[in-house]
Design a binder for this molecule. Structure first.
Ligand code: AHM
Ligand code: MG
Length: 333
């Protein structure tokens, strides 16, 4: 098999589609390199003294794990000096991170969830990094938080790294979705899946069932119908998977179909769901749509939502098109 590296793939994509300017390519390569470093720390586990929690909490009041903070620092340090970025934002930081004045500034803005699926860190289950790239407003040397408030449809690139039995990088720049596997001996990303496509139909769903009693009626109805099996309205048996790591759940869905849901519920109207629009929902929605799937907040296309806050939460329904359409339809009835 001819090995195609991440660099070669991006250069070829630029020649073919003209959508990856050199600056964006370098930015993606720096993010990919940071993910390699995070993968290395994750792989060390207790031997690298990276497990366990810190005393600190992040802006959402969640206790930070050591690896959350380590991964955040790796991404900040790797991306600060390259000259491709105007600013960064992270799930782990309250406000945006300006590029220090000692470095040149570029035209892009990077957003990330440095380590997604934190509850899995200490039990050696797949976790990941999610990122999204936006353009800074023209001529803006020091973007403000307001400049990040762009709908997901404005993303120029999005991707995730999944740290599982293998470390993989899944990436879109708007011309389909491609997957790279980290060759640990060579330290390079090798293209292993081209143009990933989510099967349109599925018999597999992913949701945290322990919240069932709190869901709104459209979600109750949809899941009850799936659970009813062959004698129910869907006339078929559905299977369930929940890794509690969005990256790993989405990765499974990209490969063999399925629907992933993290709905809002009746408990706290000020918290519409758990997942964050800018670091989780938007980049995953971009990837899923590019792979022929669908992503909504129950009512609207996720990538059309006009963000109001950096750490805004949204309900998420994404994956195989036909199933996302059904549950979205129930929200409109
Ligand atoms: P995190 O960013 O704090 O890790 O939280 C996001 C994660 C998702 O990866 C996953 O889908 C979800 O939280 C799991 O939630 P739950 O604990 O309800 O199973
Ligand atoms: Mg997360």
């Amino acid at each position: 098999m001819k090995r195609i590296s991440l660099t070669q793939h991006l250069v070829e994509e630029q020649r073919q589609h003209n959508t990856i300017p050199a600056e964006l390519r370098l930015l993606i390569e720096v993010v990919a390199r940071a993910c390699k470093t995070i993968s290395h720390s994750v792989g060390k586990g207790a031997l690298g003294d990276v497990l366990g929690a810190l005393e600190s909490e992040n802006v959402q009041g969640e206790v930070q794990k050591k690896l959350d903070v380590i991964s955040n620092e790796i991404l900040l340090e790797a991306n600060e000096w390259g000259g491709h970025l105007a600013a960064m934002a992270s799930e782990e930081m309250e406000s945006i991170h300006q590029i220090p004045n000692r470095y040149p500034k570029g035209e892009y803005m990077l957003l990330f969830d440095p380590l997604d699926g934190s509850s899995n860190i200490d039990v050696n289950v797949s976790i990941g990094t999610i990122f999204s790239v936006l353009k800074a407003p023209e001529g803006m040397a020091n973007p403000t938080e307001q400049d990040f408030m762009q709908p997901g449809s404005k993303q120029v690139a999005a991707g995730y790294a999944v740290y599982g039995p293998q470390t993989m990088l899944v990436l879109t720049t708007g011309n389909g979705v491609n997957c790279f596997t980290l060759d640990r001996e060579m330290g390079s990303w090798v293209l292993t899946q081209r143009n990933m496509q989510i099967p349109v139909k599925t018999k597999e769903f992913a949701i945290n069932m322990s919240n069932q009693r709190h869901w709104h009626p459209p979600v109750q109805r949809y899941i009850n119908e799936l659970l009813a099996g062959t004698t129910g309205p869907r006339g078929t048996d559905f299977n369930m998977r929940w890794i509690a790591s969005m990256v790993a759940d989405v990765h499974r869905i990209l490969n063999r179909g399925g629907i992933f849901m993290y709905p809002a519920d009746i408990r706290d109207p000020s918290k519409p769901g758990k997942l964050r629009l800018m670091y989780e929902a938007n980049p995953m929605a971009f990837i899923v749509e590019q792979a022929g799937g669908m992503a909504t907040d129950g009512k609207h296309r996720i990538m059309d939502i006009q963000p109001e806050k950096l750490h805004q939460r949204v309900p998420v329904f994404l994956g195989s098109r036909d199933e996302v359409a059904v549950v979205t339809g129930y929200h409109h009835e």
